[in-house]
Write a protein that binds this ligand. Structure first.
Ligand SMILES: Cc1ncc(COP(=O)(O)O)c(C=O)c1O
Length: 366
């Protein structure tokens, strides 16, 4: 079996090696501050007793699982604390495939590339459903693609890379399809705090034994390096997932969980609102400048990515490398997200220099 290193990694390396000044809009690493309580929690941790430097319970610190469960309206037993949303998605997809109800994973096109990567790694088969030009997903198309072979349907809302946010009716219909085919809807909600549309609806809003919700604090607290996420499983599915998590990881970072717990308890809505506001400003600045450049683009309704298309400049890896060398702006090739966006480039709004980046793009494509 072959599975590849995600393309994303190559682009990051290329941008880092480049000579001149490159504005990095490749990664999904926020450049804004984590909550102050998160920093305090980490500082405090350094002085705790030696026993706190030993294994945490494998499924996660009980207090953190309880805090997550209370916020999400589920039982703490359903919560597995993971090494980010990345592991949560892996556990969810593996759990869906090991039910032996089929080996197909239904994915969207465009797609967050780690899903097809994990599907292949887990010996599943990929099946893609197209979204429209704004990234909207029609559940009727998912129903048509689904069959007895479907193990899982994996979606991300708010979406990477399109910035679409699926309304409640879509989420309910997706759960319905999963139930109809005895499959699992896996809803990756890692950008839930970056809903700029007010329309975000968690799959947890629909009670079902056929959906798993994955999430993390990586983006919401601007701590992609801390590695704390979680998955919420139906009671019937959680035990095997806990065992897999234990066999793969033993346990998850204890200092990270401690600091996240403290941050959850002490951080008010202002923190998240300020980050959304910053993002709204960057979206405006960047898209205004793209207008000037005459580019076509998507305005994200959530998450922090803008897709743009420049005439005669398809979103290949080669063109992305050229843009790094010749324009000093690093983005992601659209082809990394599937065929439908191969003409596009994706830019992450995780730098204060979005205006300068757009100016460089405008000058380059003039
Ligand atoms: C849709 C989506 N899911 C999961 C992840 C990975 O999250 P984590 O860093 O918590 O593993 C990302 C990161 O960019 C993402 O965009």
């Amino acid at each position: 079996m072959e599975y590849e290193t995600p393309l994303f990694f190559h682009v990051m390396e290329y941008a880092n090696r480049a000579e001149g000044d490159v504005i990095d809009m490749v990664s999904g690493n926020p450049d804004w501050e984590p909550p102050e309580a998160l920093r305090e929690g980490l500082r405090e941790y350094a002085d705790l007793e030696p026993d706190r430097f030993q294994y945490a319970p494998s499924e996660g610190l009980l207090e953190l699982r309880e805090e997550i469960a209370a916020r999400r309206g589920v039982d703490a037993d359903q919560v597995v604390v993971t090494n980010g949303a990345g592991e949560a998605n892996y556990l969810a997809m593996a759990r869906a495939l090991e039910r032996d109800r089929g080996d197909e994973i239904v994915l969207t096109d465009p797609v967050y590339p780690y899903y097809p990567g994990k599907t292949t790694m887990l010996d599943g088969t990929q099946r893609f459903v197209a979204t429209d030009d704004k990234g909207r997903l029609d559940p009727a198309d998912v129903r048509e693609a689904a069959s007895e072979e479907t193990a899982a349907i994996v979606v991300a809302t708010p979406n990477n890379p399109t910035g679409a946010v699926y309304p409640e009716s879509t989420m309910a219909a997706l759960v319905d399809v999963a139930e109809e085919y005895d499959a699992i809807l896996i809803s990756d909600e890692v950008y839930d705090h970056y809903d700029l549309s007010g329309e975000f609806a968690s799959a947890l809003g629909v009670d079902s034994s056929h959906r798993i919700v994955t999430n993390a604090f990586s983006k919401s607290m601007a701590i992609t390096g801390v590695r704390v996420g979680y998955a919420i499983f139906p009671p019937e599915l959680v035990e095997n997932a806990k065992s897999r998590h234990m066999l793969v990881n033993v346990a998850t970072t204890r200092p990270g969980q401690y600091a996240v717990l403290r941050a959850l308890r002490e951080t008010g809505p202002d923190y998240y609102e300020a980050n959304r506001e910053l993002l709204r400003e960057r979206v405006d600045t960047f898209t205004d400048a793209l207008d000037t450049a005459g580019a076509e683009y998507t305005t994200p309704r959530g998450s922090f990515y803008v897709m743009a298309r420049f005439d005669g400049y398809p979103g290949t890896l080669e063109n992305v490398e050229r843009l790094i060398d010749e324009a000093g702006v690093a983005g992601m090739p659209g082809e990394a997200f599937g065929d439908s966006r191969s003409d596009w480039l994706r830019f992450a709004l995780v730098t204060p220099r979005v205006e300068e980046a757009a100016r460089r793009l405008a000058a380059y494509f003039e």
